[in-house]
Structures are given as C-alpha cells and as structure tokens.
Design a protein around this ligand. Structure first.
Ligand SMILES: NC(=O)c1ccc[n+]([C@@H]2O[C@H](COP(=O)([O-])OP(=O)(O)OC[C@H]3O[C@@H](n4cnc5c(N)ncnc54)[C@H](OP(=O)(O)O)[C@@H]3O)[C@@H](O)[C@H]2O)c1
Length: 191
C-alpha cells in the first residue's frame, strides 16, 4: 500500500509515520505545500517510483492525481472538532469556551472541502474524510504551547496516529461511510 503522509516531521504526522513504519517501508520526501514547484516534483517523484497512490493523509494540505490509479483510495484531512459548526453552539460541548475563531473557520472550510470532494470523487471510488485528532502535544503552538498542552492534559500525538493507521487499514470503514468527521475515540462528529 502506498501512503503519502504530508507534514510528517513533527506532531501527529510524525507519530503517524512512526506507527506506519511498523508495517510499511518509509521514504522521506521534502515538500513545501505552499510551493507549486516542490509539489509538482513530489507528484513526479511518486509517479516515476510507484505509478500510483492508495492513501493521502493531509496533516499539511496537498492533492494527488495518482490516487485515481488505485483501487479504493482514501484522502484523509486532519481537521478538528473545533471546525464543527454544530458543536460550536452545543451548550454541552466540552471546551466550548475556547475561542480559536481563525482555527475554527479554517477547519470548517477544510470540512467543506472534504464534503465537496466526497461528493465529487465518489464516481471514481475515492473515500474522502475529515478526522478529529483531539487536543495533542505537538509543535503547532510552539515550545511554550507544548508545555501548556502537557500541563493541561493534552494527549500524546501517538493516539491519533494509531487511530489513523486503523483508518488506513480499513478498520473504521463503517465510520468512513457515515456523514461527519471521524473522531479519534471512535464514531463520528457532526460537521
Ligand atoms: N495538535 C492538536 O491539538 C491538533 C488539534 C486539532 C487539529 N490538529 C491538526 O493536526 C495537523 C497536524 O498538526 P500538529 O498538531 O501535529 O502540528 P505540528 O507538530 O506543527 O505539525 C505540522 C506539520 O506540518 C508541516 N508543515 C507546515 N507547513 C508546511 C508546509 N508549507 N509544507 C510542508 N509541510 C508543512 C510541519 O512541518 P515544519 O515543521 O517543517 O513546518 C509539520 O510537520 C494540523 O492540520 C493541525 O491543524 C492538531
């Protein structure tokens, strides 16, 4: 199985690569997802070496036409429960007091991208999904953020990594078929 896991040098992407390494051979590709040249070079590189792609895990966003060459491909967007419009106004939702408006808006837009691709790509059998990795210790909010997260009870990025490997291995296909974001702890969250 060929898996492209973008954003793999730290946090959730790194732990996912480490978890996948128990079952797969890993190669590292340097790519800046804001730079078209490096994105095109990556596509070319994968095409020449492998000619297809089965799974795309997007910690940092990227798209890939080689998915069309595989049977039952997956695109997995690393989203966030903060992106759920429904949960934003749920009075019983934990962490409701967290503002993070910009993050909420961008993940909400990412969810819409996943929903649109889910609809548009169904014709060629691609499973597109958004995944909530929970609140994890990572480099996302810098060194001071790591400390705040550790002390505040944030989870290890190994936990979403293990959940992602389960998704890639098809163990959560029942959830993949449902309409919503796949949650780290199982089941789905509303968009
Ligand atoms: N941690 C959480 O609590 C949490 C919660 C909800 C959602 N998420 C989502 O989880 C995903 C992974 O985040 P993380 O928490 O694991 O943070 P992280 O430790 O900062 O990891 C982000 C990864 O993306 C890479 N990246 C950033 N800009 C890039 C670019 N232009 N080109 C290529 N790679 C780039 C980073 O590489 P460099 O180090 O080289 O920049 C790094 O490997 C993100 O989509 C985040 O929004 C995280």
């Amino acid at each position: 199985m060929l898996i492209l896991n973008s954003g793999a040098n730290s946090g959730i992407g790194y732990e996912t690569a480490i978890s996948l390494a128990t079952a797969c051979t890993i190669s590292v590709i340097r790519v800046d997802i804001t730079n078209k040249e490096t994105i095109n070079a990556t596509k070319e590189n994968i095409n020449l070496k492998f000619g297809k792609l089965n799974v795309l895990i997007n910690n940092a966003g990227i798209s890939h036409p080689l998915l069309r060459k595989s049977v039952n491909p997956y695109i997995i967007y690393i989203s966030s429960a903060l992106g759920s419009v429904t949960l934003r106004l749920d009075p019983d939702r934990e962490h409701r007091e967290i503002r993070s408006d910009t993050c909420r808006m961008s993940k909400s837009a990412l969810n819409m991208l996943a929903a649109c691709q889910r609809y548009n790509y169904a014709e060629w059998g691609c499973n597109v999904l958004a995944f909530n990795p929970g609140w994890c210790i990572s480099n996302r909010t810098g060194e001071s953020g790591r400390e705040i997260r550790s002390k505040g009870g944030a989870r290890s990025p190994k936990e979403p990594a293990i959940a992602l490997v389960d998704i890639v291995l098809g163990k959560r296909d029942d959830d993949v078929e449902k309409n919503g974001m796949l949650d780290l702890d199982g089941g789905i969250l509303p968009w």
